[in-house]
Design a protein. Structure first.
Length: 402
């Protein structure tokens, strides 16, 4: 089952976008807070400096007036209301500045409260995102384990079928050997009284040569099938190496964005499932090839049976003729040697086919084990990256709180 593609409407993508927006808003609010604090500090310092300068100026003016004029020439009480009015205006200005400072302080507290709320929201969204990522990893890993178990079961079933076919072939071969032994005994018993017919035996030799040609064709077909299987295995290995290289490239780009990581995992799942289907198809093709070779073996056995029937017919013809004993012995030995060589070649081919089949199955299982280990390492690295991101966010929140 293929994993869903990540679109713009996917909850994970929307969650990531919302987290980015909230982080941007948090940074803007922090900048606004710093700017407001700096502005308030500058405004307070400026008002304090103005107040100190005005107070100093009034004190200097008062002291200068008291020291410069004699007691008789000092201003009368009519100048006191003007100075009182100046003091009242200065107090009003200070009160206005104080109200401005209080309003700025209230805005600053409101911005801090909003920043705390946004940080809590970011923490909740990060927790939800972590849960979603963990669930997706668990589901994907479980699907891969189920498919791998099914494929192993299928491989075991095919191996059992092949072993049963091998037992059947061995039984047929033993029966054929028994029949040949009986024929040899019959030839020895009739050797003293039989007479070879040169033409019939020559025809039998021609038929044996034709059978040897068919065996050579079977051998060439088997070698070609082996070469094709080796080429297919090499192509599969190259494809696996290419996929591993692409996976390493995707892992190197993991730190750029979490969405790219999830997309790479989805692509890897599709590639693995495609490879599984390809391997299943290859196994079916190999099974069909084995069945085809079994059919050819049965045809060869049928031809051997026909030759045996022909030998029986020749023996019935030999009853009425006297053969040359030395010629009959030479032909019999040649026929025995050819049959022995043919049996040895059939046994060698069956052993080679079994060995190649087992090596192919072992290579496929090793490739799947390597894939699963790579996926597990990938999952561990992804969780490590997510933990690092969470630590960075915690550090950022701690710095912002300070």
């Amino acid at each position: 089952m293929d994993s869903p593609k990540f679109t713009k409407s996917d909850p994970t993508v929307l969650l990531l976008n919302e987290i980015d927006i909230l982080l941007a808003q948090t940074r803007l609010l922090e900048l606004y807070l710093k700017q407001s604090q700096a502005t308030a500090a500058n405004e307070t310092a400026r008002i304090h400096e103005e107040y100190q300068a005005e107070l100093k100026r009034l004190r200097e003016h008062s002291a200068f007036g008291d020291n410069a004029q004699p007691p008789a020439a000092r201003p009368s009480t009519t100048n006191v209301p003007e100075r009182h009015l100046d003091d009242i205006a200065l107090q009003n200005e200070l009160s206005e500045k104080q109200r401005v400072l209080e309003s700025r302080h209230a805005e600053l507290q409101s911005a801090k409260a909003e920043t705390v709320i946004l940080r809590e929201r970011v923490a909740e969204l990060e927790m939800v995102h972590q849960q979603v990522v963990t669930q997706e990893f668990a589901i994907n890993h479980q699907d891969l384990q189920v498919e791998l178990a099914a494929l192993r079961h299928e491989l075991e079933k095919n191996q059992q079928d092949f072993e049963r076919q091998q037992v059947i072939s061995r039984t047929l071969q033993e029966g054929l050997e028994e029949q040949l032994a009986k024929l040899h005994d019959q030839l020895r018993e009739r050797q003293s009284s039989s007479q070879g017919v040169a033409t019939e035996f020559q025809q039998a030799i021609f038929e044996i040569a034709a059978l040897q040609g068919q065996v050579a064709e079977l051998r060439a077909g088997r070698q070609e099938a082996q070469a094709i299987a080796a080429q297919e295995l090499e192509q599969t290995r190259v494809r696996f190496e290419a996929e591993l290289f692409s996976l390493q490239t995707a892992l190197a780009m993991r730190d750029r964005a979490l969405q790219e990581n999830e997309t790479a995992i989805a692509e890897l799942e599709r590639s693995l499932k495609t490879d599984i289907l390809t391997l299943r198809s290859q196994l079916e093709q190999k099974q069909e090839l084995v069945e085809f070779r079994d059919d050819e073996l049965r045809d060869a056995q049928g031809q051997l049976a026909a030759l045996q029937q022909r030998i029986v017919e020749l023996e019935s013809a030999d009853r009425s003729a006297v053969a040359n004993a030395e010629e009959i012995e030479r032909i019999r030995r040649s026929f025995d040697d050819e049959l022995t060589a043919l049996q040895r070649e059939v046994s060698t081919r069956e052993e080679l086919a079994i060995t190649e089949r087992q090596e192919a199955v072992t290579a496929v299982e090793l490739a799947f084990h390597s894939k699963i280990q790579a996926l597990q390492q990938e999952q561990a690295r992804s969780l490590g990256v997510i933990d690092e991101r969470e630590n960075e966010l915690r550090s950022a929140r701690t710095e912002a709180a300070e």
